[in-house]
Design a protein around this ligand. Structure first.
Ligand code: SF4
Length: 586
C-alpha cells in the first residue's frame, strides 16, 4: 500500500495511550457555502447521484463514515468517532477533550472543510498530531494546501496500528454497524427495524480491475491491487455470524468494490451458508463479467438480492464488459428477484452533442431498478487524471473549484466534443429520461421483488424459500399501498399509470384479498404524505444527517475514570430521524 508521511515519526510517543479523535467533515452539507458544501451534492448517495430527479419518490438515506468506524474498531487506544458534526460541535469537542491525535477523512470536494478543521485544531489543540486520509490524500499538492502532520493513502488500519505500536498483522475486527439511517421515501420516514435493516460488511477494499476512472481502485493501489480484510470464506462466514448475532440482522450490505471477484472466498461462503442453513441476503457490487461467470443458482444461493453493476456506456472498451450483453444480464437477474443498480457514464471520449441521446437511450433501455449517471471525471490518483494532466486538459481550480468536481455538475477538464457546460444538461437529461420511461425506482424495485417471489416461493431448498418469504413480506401491505398511491399520482400519465395498474393487479393475484383490502387504505395515507413531500421539496427543503459521537471501550474506560460517568451517551441504534425543516407536512 502507498503510505505518505510528512514527518519521519513512525510511532506516536504515547502509543496506545494516545487519545484519538476521528472525524468526518462538518455539515451542513446540502447547501452552498464557502467551505465547499453544495446543494446538489448532499450527504446522500441516492439523492446525490441516483434518484436525484425523482422528487418525492427519491430514496433518501444516509450512510455512516464506515472507514472511520473500521479504524476505531481496530485501534486499542481510546478513540472517539465524530460523524457528521456541525462546525460548532467539532470546535466544542476539540476544546473540551485533550486529544493527542486527530484524524480526518474526506473526499476531495470537501478539501476546504478539512483545511478549516486543521486550522481549528492548530488553534484549539496545538499539541495534537493531525492525520488526514481517504480520497483527499490523492489531491495534488495536498501537503501544501492544508496543515496536517501525516497524509495517509490506502489502508488506514495498517497505518494506524503501526503508528500506535500495535500488531499490524492482528486479525481485523469488524465494526457492528447498520448500513444506513434516516431512510425516507414518498414523504414517509422508514422505521429502523432490526431484522430488516442490513448490516455493513467490508470484506476487502480496492478493486484489481482498475478501470481508468475509478478512484476507489486507485486509492488502494489500482490495477492488480486490493486489500483483503478477510482472506477466506471461513473467516468471512465467522465475522458474518458475529454481526448477525450482535445486530440481530439477516441481511448485509457488502461494501466491497467487487465482492464476487474473489471467487474462491465467495463460493466457500456459499458452502458454509448451505451447511449452516443461513438464509442471508447480500447486497453487493460486482463488475458485469465477474457476475456473469457465476450461475444464477450460485447467486441465488448466496442470497444476492441487490447488485450494483458498472454499465459505463455502449461503446466503452472496458474489459469487464467484453462479451457481456448487459441488457440480457440485467433482465436475467431481475427475473430471479435480484434488484439491479446500473451505473452509466456521461461524457466519455466519444460522446458528442450529436450522439448523446443515443448514449442515454442505451442506458435507459436496461430498465434497471436504480440508475446512477455520473460525468466522466478524472479524479486525482486515477490513470484518467494522469492522462489529462499530461495532455494539459485539466481545468485550473480558479475555473472549476474542486468543490464542484463531484461528477454531478461540470467536467474538470476540457472535453473534445462537449463544451460550455453542456454536460450539466446532458446529465440531467439522462436522469429525466430514465425516470420518465421507466418510472419511479420504487416501482421497479417492487416489480423485481415480486418476480423473485413468484419464481422461488415454492423452491425445494428451505433456505432460499425462507429468504424470499422474508424479503417479500412488505409487498403484501406497505409496498402494495405504495403502488396504489403511485397509480393515483400518475393518473394523468397513462403510460406510467398503466404500468402501476398491471403491477398492482399482479400483486393482488399473488397475495390475495388481504393485500387487495390493505393497498387502498395504506395507499391513501402514502398519497397524502407524497403530496406534502413534493410541496416541501418545491419550498427547497434539504435533508441533513444527524451527528454521532461514539467512543470505543478504551475511551469509555478513560472517561469513567476521569468523570465517574460517560459524558455523552453512545446511541445503541442510529439516532432519531431528523425532522424536515418545513413542518407543513407530516
Ligand atoms: S470494475 Fe468497478 S470497482 Fe473495479 S475498477 Fe472498475 S469501476 Fe472500479
Amino acid at each position: 500500500m502507498i503510505i505518505f508521511m510528512k514527518k519521519s515519526q513512525t510511532v506516536h510517543p504515547k502509543g496506545t495511550q494516545a487519545r484519538i479523535l476521528l472525524s468526518s467533515v462538518f455539515g451542513p452539507y446540502a447547501q452552498d457555502n464557502e467551505f465547499g458544501s453544495r446543494k446538489i451534492n448532499p450527504m446522500e448517495l441516492y439523492q446525490n447521484q441516483v434518484t436525484r430527479v425523482q422528487g418525492g419518490f427519491s430514496l433518501r438515506m444516509f450512510h455512516r463514515s464506515f472507514g472511520l468506524l473500521m479504524l476505531q474498531a481496530n485501534i486499542e487506544a481510546p478513540c472517539t468517532v465524530l460523524d457528521f458534526p456541525s462546525l460548532t460541535d467539532f470546535i466544542r469537542d476539540i476544546q473540551e477533550n485533550e486529544y493527542d491525535i486527530i484524524g480526518i477523512s474526506s473526499i476531495i470536494p470537501n478539501a476546504g472543510k478539512v483545511k478549516k478543521m486543521c486550522e481549528l485544531i492548530r488553534e484549539y489543540r496545538p499539541g495534537a498530531t493531525i492525520i488526514v486520509g481517504g480520497h483527499i490524500s490523492n489531491k495534488e499538492n495536498i501537503d501544501g494546501f492544508l496543515d496536517a502532520d501525516h497524509i495517509v493513502r490506502g489502508d488506514g488500519i495498517q497505518w494506524f496500528r503501526r503508528f500506535l505500536g500495535q500488531d499490524e498483522k492482528a486479525p481485523i475486527r469488524h465494526p457492528m454497524v447498520y448500513s444506513a439511517f434516516g431512510a425516507r421515501i414518498m414523504g414517509i420516514n422508514l422505521r429502523h427495524k432490526r431484522r430488516r435493516t442490513a448490516a455493513i460488511l467490508i470484506p476487502s477494499v480496492g478493486c484489481p480491475i482498475g478501470c481508468n476512472f475509478c478512484s476507489t481502485s486507485a486509492l488502494f493501489g489500482g490495477k492488480g491491487n486490493f486489500v483483503n480484510f478477510y482472506e477466506t470464506g471461513d473467516e468471512l462466514f465467522s465475522v458474518m455470524c458475529q454481526i448477525e448475532e450482535n445486530l440481530n440482522v439477516r441481511s448485509f450490505f457488502v461494501l466491497d468494490e467487487n465482492f464476487l471477484f474473489h471467487r474462491k472466498r465467495a463460493l466457500r461462503l456459499l458452502e458454509l451458508m448451505e451447511q449452516h442453513r443461513k438464509s442471508w441476503a447480500l447486497n453487493v457490487f460486482s463488475s458485469a463479467g465477474v457476475l456473469q461467470s457465476y450461475t444464477i443458482e450460485q447467486l441465488v444461493g448466496l442470497g444476492i438480492v441487490w447488485v450494483w453493476i458498472g454499465l459505463e456506456g455502449k461503446s466503452s472498451q472496458y474489459k469487464k464488459l467484453k462479451a457481456v450483453d448487459t441488457r440480457e444480464l440485467v433482465r436475467t437477474l431481475q427475473s430471479h428477484g435480484i434488484r439491479v443498480m446500473g451505473s452509466s457514464i456521461i461524457g466519455m471520449e466519444d460522446h458528442t452533442p450529436e450522439n448523446i441521446d443515443e448514449v442515454i437511450e442505451h442506458a435507459v433501455s436496461h430498465d434497471t431498478d436504480f440508475h446512477q449517471f455520473m460525468l466522466y471525471t478524472p479524479n486525482p490518483g486515477t490513470p484518467l487524471y494522469e492522462e489529462h494532466r499530461k495532455d494539459g486538459r485539466l481545468l485550473p481550480e480558479a475555473v472549476l473549484p474542486f468543490a464542484d468536481a463531484h461528477g454531478q455538475y461540470r467536467f474538470n477538464y476540457r472535453h473534445n466534443h462537449i463544451k460550455d457546460g453542456q454536460e450539466e444538461e446532458f446529465l440531467i437529461r439522462a436522469f429525466h429520461r430514465d425516470f420518465d420511461v421507466n418510472g419511479p425506482s420504487l416501482y421497479r424495485l417492487i416489480r423485481t421483488m415480486l418476480k423473485g417471489w413468484q419464481r422461488y416461493k415454492g423452491h425445494s431448498d428451505f433456505r432460499i424459500r425462507d429468504r424470499f418469504d422474508w424479503d417479500v413480506a412488505p409487498l403484501r401491505s406497505a409496498y402494495a399501498g405504495a403502488v396504489w398511491a403511485m397509480k393515483k399520482w400518475y393518473r394523468e400519465n397513462s403510460l406510467v399509470s398503466e404500468k402501476m395498474e398491471a403491477l398492482l393487479k399482479d400483486m393482488y393475484r399473488t397475495f390475495g384479498w388481504k393485500t387487495r383490502i390493505l393497498a387502498p387504505v395504506i395507499g391513501r395515507y402514502i398519497l397524502v404524505h407524497l403530496k406534502r413531500e413534493e410541496k416541501r421539496l418545491k419550498e427547497g427543503w434539504a435533508y441533513e444527517p444527524c451527528s454521532f459521537h461514539e467512543k470505543n471501550a478504551a475511551a469509555i474506560a478513560l472517561e469513567k475514570k476521569a468523570y465517574g460517568r460517560i459524558k455523552i451517551a453512545i446511541p445503541e441504534v442510529p439516532c432519531a430521524i431528523p425532522k424536515p425543516a418545513s413542518a407543513s407536512g407530516a
